[in-house]
Design a protein around this ligand. Structure first.
Ligand code: UDP
Length: 485
């Protein structure tokens, strides 16, 4: 921490404002970028909504973060939703719309503010999900803008290519469509996806789907107006699609996996990274439980920070886990399922099975969990952060996507990296879960573990000195300095 402090104190005249979409996966990733830039002497102003900031303060190590990086500060503004609005599942859409409609004056005000003892903000790194909003405000205030996307290059490129898909009649998907029809015309990813692997927004028929997809493509294409694009991925993982993207986006900086990159850039690997949870209190008891489990014997189960599910599905997954007779560590967020109905009770055999071989928490230190030697597999919703964390830790996955980019990621994991099983579009009943868990943890365990090890090696090499993400971060730092004069 001392060394980080020292480095951060040698600050330069560069002051970067960073604005993430106010959701866990975006905030924690962009906070990693903030820490990396602070380590290299930049002043950072991080824009949070009041809601997220309050939760970061309550559940994360905000104080530790501020102490370790004295050149980092937060500025906040309201997200406009009532405090008790869930902001998860389907309701996340409200948040998105509200920010797009009302956040601009707040962002502009922060970008133009002058803090005593700091240079004026002279570079803006914004989440590209708010493409038009952030380009607009940056142009208004005359500050150079760089977009950051928290999705994979493959998903970004798919959004970008939506107009080509319409032109070549590969979209929209029609009512009686064969979902296994192969998508042939995404450059760099020819024949990689079937209809079912496209982002969930492509599903369904009717004019509203066409409208939603076109809006998504337009928002994505706003990034053409940014000076550069930063992606949390690495060259060895998505090289072919990145080379196609670069024909349109000459400056793409791939600097991931960011969590691993931050670890290598800190002076020592033993220095702990402050928690950036905005969802719930990290329950560290699961680490002690993991310490007492045999090598690679536990399947970790988590569906990320916003996915919700019905109580029936939860019970089916639970039966599947218990019946597999494997040890399991499961994150069940309090807001993940609806409230218990009268008469809903957990069957005694599930309670029993969990007591014997399982551990359930509300929120886990996921990066640490995945790196633990007792973990042998991950049943995941295939969010991009979870996917990257699992790939970097060499943990094979069962992919159970529910919406957005998760369908793309699960295809990528199962078919391109070959480090897991894709469970999309199948009835998620107890027998299926049991079979998949046994397949991953027993029958095909060695094959998956071997390929997972290879991918992890590439991931960790990319963020080590001389690796592609490591060099790209150096390039990004130089580039930011050059445009923020
Ligand atoms: N996460 C965590 N503890 C948990 C569950 C999730 O720290 O118990 C973190 C996880 O490490 C990842 C993020 O939450 O960094 C989830 O991001 P992802 O992109 O996988 O999914 P999203 O939540 O955006 O759907």
């Amino acid at each position: 921490a001392t060394r980080a402090k020292m480095k951060a104190e040698e600050t330069t005249d560069t002051h970067v404002a960073i604005f993430p979409c106010p959701a866990q996966g975006h905030v924690s990733t962009m906070l990693k970028l903030a820490q990396l830039l602070a380590l290299h002497g930049f002043h950072i102003t991080f824009l949070n909504t009041d809601f997220i900031h309050h939760r970061l303060h309550r559940f994360g190590d905000l104080e530790a973060l501020l102490q370790t990086y004295p050149s980092l500060q937060f500025k906040t503004f309201p997200d406009g939703l009532p405090h008790h609005h869930p902001r998860s599942g389907q309701s996340a859409v409200d948040l998105f719309q509200y920010i797009n409609l009302h956040a601009k004056p707040h962002i502009r005000h922060i970008l133009l503010s002058q803090d005593p003892g700091k240079p004026k903000i002279n570079c803006f790194i914004a989440d590209g999900v708010f493409g038009a909003l952030t380009i607009d405000v940056a142009h208004q205030v005359g500050i150079p803008i760089i977009h950051f996307r928290t999705i994979s290059a493959s998903c970004f490129w798919t959004y970008f290519c939506v107009p080509n898909l319409f032109q070549s009649n590969q979209l929209p998907i029609t009512g009686d469509e064969d979902m296994d029809r192969v998508i042939t015309c995404i450059p760099g990813m020819e024949n990689m996806f079937r209809c079912r692997d496209l982002p969930s927004f492509s599903r369904g028929t009717g004019s509203e789907i066409v409208y939603a997809l076109n809006s998504l493509a337009l928002e994505t294409r706003e990034s053409l107006q940014a000076r550069a694009l930063i992606l949390n991925t690495f060259e060895d993982l998505e090289g072919s699609v990145l080379s196609q993207m670069r024909l349109q986006f000459p400056r793409v900086f791939t600097i991931g996996p960011l969590h691993a990159h931050l670890n290598t850039r800190k002076e020592s690997n033993t220095e702990t990274t402050p928690s950036t949870s905005c969802v719930g209190e990290v329950d560290r008891r699961c680490m002690t439980w993991l310490d007492s489990q045999p090598l690679k014997s536990v399947i970790y189960v988590s569906f990320g920070s916003i996915a919700t599910m019905t109580r029936e599905k939860l019970i089916e997954i639970w039966y599947g886990l218990v019946n597999s007779k494997k040890r399991f560590l499961w994150v069940v967020r309090p807001d993940m399922v609806g409230p218990k109905e009268n008469g809903d009770r957990v069957p005694a055999e599930l309670e029993e099975g969990t007591k014997e071989r399982g551990f359930i928490v509300g929120w886990a230190p996921q990066e640490e969990v995945l790196a633990h030697k007792a973990i042998g597999g991950f049943l995941t919703h295939s969010g991009w952060n979870s996917t990257l964390e699992s790939l970097a830790a060499g943990v094979p996955m069962i992919c159970c996507p529910s919406f957005g980019d998760q369908h793309v990621n699960s295809r990528f994991v199962s078919e391109v990296c070959k480090v897991g099983l894709d469970m999309k579009d199948v009835a998620c009943d107890r027998n299926l879960v049991e079979n998949m868990v046994n397949d991953l943890m027993d029958h095909r365990n060695e094959v998956f573990l071997n390929s997972a090890r290879e991918v992890a090696l590439l991931a960790n090499r990319s963020v080590s000195s001389g690796g592609s993400s490591y060099s790209n971060l150096d390039g990004l730092i130089q580039y930011i300095r050059s445009i923020s004069q």
